[in-house]
Design a protein around this ligand. Structure first.
Ligand code: GRF
Length: 188
């Protein structure tokens, strides 16, 4: 059985979707969900879905190897960043396969500060005709690793950041779990 650890900072709709997708999967399971925010809704969602949910401190994440060692102990095969707002320290990237989802077509609209509604605001301000999602491997640079999958949607003149976010959300729900499944099926 391949094991996933999900890191998330916010609402966790992607985390929930991934948990549901792999619930009865023969080879892949979501081991646990981890958040840098003690009150993140993602932790409640995970508990409701009977998946272990853990908040962690910056100290456990960065200064000590507590979290890293915990993932090793659990024999995690893949770390999934699902709305995780911190840069992952290099030590995680060296030890684990890590995947992230970004709500735009990288390399455009990536980098520091480009998350959530800020991305959609920028896309609309620049009158882009399309946006989409990018699912990519994570390396030490924000929004930089190898692209595994992209899907596009149209940006129409009447779109607002909120309506665009809904379109992007649909793409995320459809494609993130399947891309994770393909990634883990291709790795030994
Ligand atoms: C998603 O739009 C994802 O692309 C981005 O953060 C958002 C997380 O939303 N990285 P949720 O917490 O999964 O609802």
């Amino acid at each position: 059985m391949k094991k996933i650890a999900i890191l998330a900072s916010g609402s966790g709709s992607n985390a929930e979707n991934i948990i549901q997708f792999f619930k009865h999967h023969p080879n892949i399971q979501v081991d646990s969900v981890w958040s840098n925010k003690r009150d993140a809704f993602v932790l409640e969602r995970a508990e409701r879905l009977k998946v272990e949910a853990h908040p962690f401190s910056m100290d456990e994440f960065i200064s000590t190897d507590k979290l890293l060692n915990e993932f090793k102990k659990r024999e995690i095969d893949l770390i999934v960043l699902a709305g995780f707002l911190l840069l992952l320290p290099q030590k995680f990237v060296r030890e684990f396969l890590v995947v992230n989802i970004h709500p735009a077509l990288l390399p455009s609209y990536g980098g520091k500060g480009m998350y959530g509604v800020h991305v959609h605001n920028a896309v609309i301000a620049n009158k882009e005709l399309e946006s989409g999602i990018t699912i990519h491997l994570v390396d030490e640079v924000y929004d930089h690793g190898k692209v595994l999958f992209q899907a596009k949607c149209a940006v129409e003149s009447q779109d607002t950041p909120e309506t665009l976010a809904l379109k992007i959300h649909e793409l995320e729900m459809e494609h993130f779990p399947r891309t994770i499944e393909a990634l883990l099926s291709g790795s030994d």
